[in-house]
Design a protein around this ligand. Sequence first.
Ligand code: GLN
Length: 309
Amino acid sequence: MPDLQAIVDEIHEKLQPRLGEGKAADYIPQLAHVDPKKFGIAVIDVDGQTYKAGDADVPFSIQSVSKVFTLTLALGKHGETTWNRVGREPSGSAFNSIVQLEHEEGKPRNPFINAGAIAVSDLVLAGHTPREAIGEIVRFVRYLADDDTIAIDPEVAKSEHATGYRNFALANFMRSFNKLTHPVEHVLGVYFHHCALAMTCTQLARSGLFLAASGRNPLTGHTVVSRQRARRINALMLTCGHYDGSGDFAYRVGLPGKSGVGGGILAVAPGKASVAVWSPGLNNHGNSLLGSLALEMLAHRTGWSVFGP
Ligand code: GLN
């Protein structure tokens, strides 16, 4: 095993002069007001050892990274029928794009673009009130991270709702094709709340550890999903986790990853480790600029890649 503490320290050190690069999301005040120079990284290996640097224990808005957890929940509830509602192909368009939905009659390309995650929220809602569904998601993430302090930031959820015109457009569009089974208000209530989960890099890396360890969380001993399902979620993260920047991320980093507009990225090195990085400045695809760079450096230094030794 490489000296992971030395590597994360070195990445943190090397990125110091570049902190603040990229453009932080400013569509809601809670994201616009975050210090753009924040940077955190946490690596947890499959033996449960944690290595961290920078602001690894400062909570941030995980935004679309949460789509990995809601997909995992939906697959647990609905199994393969989930794929009747959402596809598994990269979209090649922006995270909040509406254009493909018309051609594809309201069936979103994949679960990680907004439209797809909204369809997944509809699946998670089955048999629940919105409040219960949101509670289920929070309990699931707490169980994954083995940390009961994880919570939703209610102010972020409120702002998402107040500014979510495009998400309302996507949801109404899907509803018009009968592709949502619950009222738009309820589905988006669930969606906005899971996007508003606040977590630290350490908590996020813990929550993703089951994906690095064949579906079983080595910290708790809980089997979260089967080995095959863990592989499949990783495959979707690799092909779709960075929107229209997924190809570039695969090329540069070579690991499955899921980004969020809060500047967080969860990446998975199967059989090795779960990694979370956070830096608010985004590139032009809406993915963390320095977060991607940090993961590229980590992959380079460790030799981790799903494409070869
Ligand atoms: N809440 C954000 C939105 O729906 C999530 C987008 C993201 O993180 N890419 O616009």
